[in-house]
Every structure is written in structure tokens, then in C-alpha cells.
Design a protein around this ligand. Structure first.
Ligand code: NDP
Length: 436
């Protein structure tokens, strides 16, 4: 902790992993001998850079860019870019750290990294977003590549931003290197299902939890938080499997729609018009909007299944108690670390099945790896084929978490299973590669 002062989210993420590793260290003294834990907590490389750009009024704006290349024992660094005003080194390091073990769980040959900027795309014109992305890539391009480091999207970085980033990379390098970024558009090297993958994958994972308990999504009520990429497609898949998704949120508040969310309207409001969630409620009679300023949270809405899909630490101990009181039995994290340690404790004590993000939201990066496979073979797969691969991967991760949890004396504990399975895979590769 003293080596990384002020990086609260990074401390939280490392502590959460290390808490699970007691039985692993006891069984594998070779990890301690090779200082694997100390080494895995230290990024291989951290890059921080200036991002100057000119806004529509002709004023020079300045942001800070980050790329943390955390661990490449299993493959090139892989992980998204986040554009959000809250971004600082501690956020990028927590995300990069989680990414190492998530990527290992997918079984694909990808290391862990993450990047981003404190740039806020909200309220910016397309031209401003483009100029920012071009400036960001003008530094980042020298650090990334198909065999080195392959960024993708995250909060604030969707298809539009990936397009501008890829365009600038291509222009600077004079190479059409499709494999340098994932989340590309379908017409220029992207993969079908990548847009939907994280949300769909989270629901596939939650579906496996329900199946293990003799149940399914059919007839259940679901609450998602967020209304961005992950939330929208988690809601879409849950509804397709027979659930009623009755609430979602953004940073301005949440909507409750007892008839079930109208996903076409939600996409129109958030993806096309880029408006606040209150516009959804204005356009739909069965919906009501509750502003964040009222002090309430989307977790006050009674549901069977909760899918936090917005951001870190959005669901605290009190929210967890409200969910438990209202009968929620399954929580699967679509976002990265949305539940605080206090919330996770409440779920454990109440017997709520809890799936951590590094397992439950791994479908996004897994499908990015499928995009890389398609780029490498200059092929493009059908939606049905790619979705089947995604589902197979999520079913596999679920099984691996449960098996590992059993082996290490924590039956049914998805947190322990995910942490231990991901860690062992990375640790074994690091041992094999020597002290580097
Ligand atoms: P988007 O930018 O598409 O959507 C983010 C959503 O979360 C928006 O509704 C946003 O509301 C809300 N949100 C963001 N920050 C806050 C905040 N501080 N307080 C309240 N609400 C907030 O991002 P994604 O859907 O891509 O990402 C969501 C989560 O999923 C993140 O944790 C991300 O790391 C994780 N994830 C994403 C993957 C992907 O493939 N995209 C892969 C794996 C994990 P508003 O618009 O008001 O800001």
C-alpha cells in the first residue's frame, strides 16, 4: 500500500484478490519462492501522457492519458480504454489488475492492461471527440500493436471512439493493422456480438448460477444498473430468456418500468439521442423516473436478480441489505467491482449467489479475443456462431469457478473460485517464464 499511495480502488482490488489466496499459497510454496504475488501486483509498465486538443470554440483543452500494461505472461496486454472525468492512475490500475485474472479465466492467450483518460465525452460534439481521440492516439500508437497491447472500449469509449482511434493509428503507422484494437465496426474488421458480448455474457453466467439452483430467468424480475453498453445488452438477453427487466439507471437517476423496459426506446434515448434517462420516462406511460438527488438508488426496486452494470463501488452494504430484504437471490457483476466489500459480505451472509465481475463480465474481452482471431485469419463469423462461442466460454468459466472453489475448500464461492483459478493460471505462466 505504501508503494502506491492514494490509489484506493487499486488497494481494494488487490486486497480482494489476496483475501482468496491463503489456501493457494499454503499449497504452492513455489509461488512465494518466486515472489509471484509481489510481482503480479506491480505493473510491467505504466505510461502517463499529455493529451492536448482544441475544442469547437478554438480553446486549447488539456487532459491526461494513461495506459497500464500490467501483465503479459499469457499474451499481449488486453483491456479497454475508459474516458470519464473520474479517471486517475488508481482507477486504471485497479481495472488493469482485475483484467489480468479475468483474461486468464477466458482461457484465451491474452495478458492484462487498461487505459483511458479524464476526458469527459458528455456534451462534446462529434468533432471534439474526434480531435481528442486523434491526440490521444498520437501518443498511444507507439505503445500498442497486435503482438504488444490491444486496447478496446470501456466507459465512454464505444464504436464512435474506437473508429476515430483506429483511423488515427492507421494514418500514423500507414498500416491497416486490424488486430491493434477491438470493438471495431462490423464493416471494417469488427466482430458480430462484440457490442452485446459483455451484457449477454453476464446473463449467460447468471443463467448458469440459476441452473445450478434448479431455476432459470424465465418469469423472474431483474434490475440492472447503468444504461450503457453492458446494461443495455444484459437487459436484452435477460428479457429474451423470459425475465422482466423492471429498472435501469444512469448517473442522473433511475427508471422503474413495471411493464418491462422498452429496449428500443432505451437504445434510442441513450445510443442515438445521447440523452439522460428522464427522457425515457417522459416517452413511456408505464415508467417513472427517480432522480439521484432524491437519495434513492435503483437497488431499492424489489427484484429476484440484480445485475450491477454501471461502475465501481455503486452498490454498498446498505443497498445490499435492501436487495436481500426484498428477496433478491442472485447478483452478477456486469461492471468491474460495482459491489463494495461490505455489500459482498452481506450477500455471503444472506446466502445470495454472488458472481464477481472478473468471472461474470469476462464475455466482453473473450469476444474481443474472438475478434482478434477473425482478424488474424481474415475471416468473419456469423452472429449465431460467435454467440454460441461466447455462451460456451461463459459456461466454461462458471464450471471452472465452481470446480476451483471446491478444490480449495470454498464450495459454491464464486469469488474464491474466480480469484484462485485466474491467479494460478497466471502464476504458473510467470514461473515458467522465469524472473522477468
Ligand atoms: P458505458 O459508458 O456504455 O455506460 C456506463 C453506464 O454507467 C452509463 O449508464 C453511465 O451513466 C453509468 N455510470 C458511469 N459512471 C457512473 C458513475 N460514476 N455513477 C453512476 N453511473 C455511472 O460503459 P460500459 O457499459 O461499457 O461499462 C460499464 C461497466 O462495465 C464498467 O465498469 C466497465 O468497466 C465494465 N465492463 C465493460 C465492458 C465492455 O465490454 N464495455 C467489459 C467488461 C466490463 P452516465 O451516462 O450518466 O454517465
Amino acid at each position: 500500500l505504501a508503494r502506491n499511495p492514494g490509489e484506493a480502488e487499486f488497494h481494494q482490488a488487490t486486497r480482494e484478490l489476496l483475501d482468496s489466496l491463503g489456501p493457494v499459497v499454503a499449497r504452492h510454496p513455489e509461488y512465494t519462492d518466486a515472489a509471484i504475488i509481489r510481482r503480479v501486483c506491480e505493473p510491467e509498465r505504466q505510461i502517463i501522457f499529455r493529451v492536448p486538443w482544441v475544442d469547437d470554440a478554438g480553446q486549447v483543452q488539456l487532459n491526461r492519458g494513461f495506459r497500464v500494461e500490467f501483465n503479459s505472461a499469457l499474451g499481449p496486454y488486453k483491456g479497454g480504454l475508459r474516458f470519464h472525468p473520474s479517471v486517475y492512475l488508481g482507477i486504471i490500475k485497479f481495472l488493469g489488475f482485475e483484467q489480468i485474472f479475468k483474461n486468464a479465466l477466458t482461457g484465451m492467450p491474452i495478458g492484462g492492461g487498461k487505459g483511458g483518460s479524464d476526458f469527459d465525452p458528455k456534451g462534446r460534439s462529434d468533432a471534439e471527440v474526434m480531435r481528442f481521440c486523434q491526440s490521444f492516439m498520437t501518443e498511444l500508437y507507439r505503445h500498442i500493436g497486435e503482438y504488444t497491447d490491444v486496447p478496446a472500449g470501456d466507459i465512454g469509449v464505444g464504436g464512435r471512439e474506437i473508429g476515430y482511434l483506429f483511423g488515427q493509428y492507421k494514418r500514423i503507422t500507414n498500416r491497416y493493422e486490424s488486430g491493434v484494437l477491438t470493438g471495431k465496426g462490423i464493416g471494417w474488421g469488427g466482430s458480430l456480438v462484440r457490442t452485446e458480448a459483455t451484457g449477454y455474457g453476464t446473463v449467460f453466467f447468471a443463467g448458469e448460477i440459476l441452473k445450478a439452483r434448479g431455476s432459470s430467468f424465465d418469469g423472474k424480475t431483474v434490475v440492472v444498473s447503468g444504461s450503457g453498453n453492458v446494461a443495455t445488452y444484459a437487459a436484452e438477453k435477460a428479457a429474451a430468456l423470459g425475465a422482466t427487466v423492471i429498472a435501469c439507471s444512469d448517473s442522473s437517476g433511475y427508471v422503474v418500468d413495471e411493464k418491462g423496459l422498452d429496449l428500443d426506446l432505451l437504445k434510442e434515448v441513450k445510443q442515438v439521442r445521447r440523452e439522460r434517462l428522464s427522457s425515457y420516462a417522459e416517452a413511456r406511460e408505464s415508467a417513472r423516473f427517480v432522480a439521484t438527488t432524491t437519495g434513492g438508488a435503483v437497488w431499492d426496486v424489489p427484484c429476484d436478480i440484480a445485475l450491477p452494470c454501471a461502475t465501481q463501488n455503486e452498490l454498498d452494504g446498505d443497498h445490499a441489505l435492501a436487495l436481500v430484504r426484498n428477496g433478491c437471490t442472485v447478483v452478477a457483476e456486469g461492471a468491474n467491482m460495482p459491489c463494495t466489500p461490505e455489500a459482498v459480505k452481506v450477500f455471503a451472509e444472506a446466502g445470495v449467489a454472488f458472481a464477481p465481475g472478473k468471472a461474470a463480465n469476462a464475455g466482453g474481452v473473450a469476444t474481443s479475443a474472438l475478434e482478434m482471431q477473425q482478424n488474424a485469419s481474415r475471416d468473419s463469423w456469423s452472429f449465431a456462431h460467435t454467440e454460441a462461442r461466447l455462451e460456451e466460454i461463459m459456461v466454461g468459466i462458471h464450471a471452472r469457478c465452481l470446480e476451483t472453489a471446491d478444490t480449495y475448500g470454498a464450495p459454491g464461492n464464486y469469488v474464491a473460485g474466480a480469484n484462485i483459478a485466474g491467479f494460478i493460471q497466471v502464476a504458473d505462466a510467470m514461473l515458467a517464464l522465469g524472473v522477468i
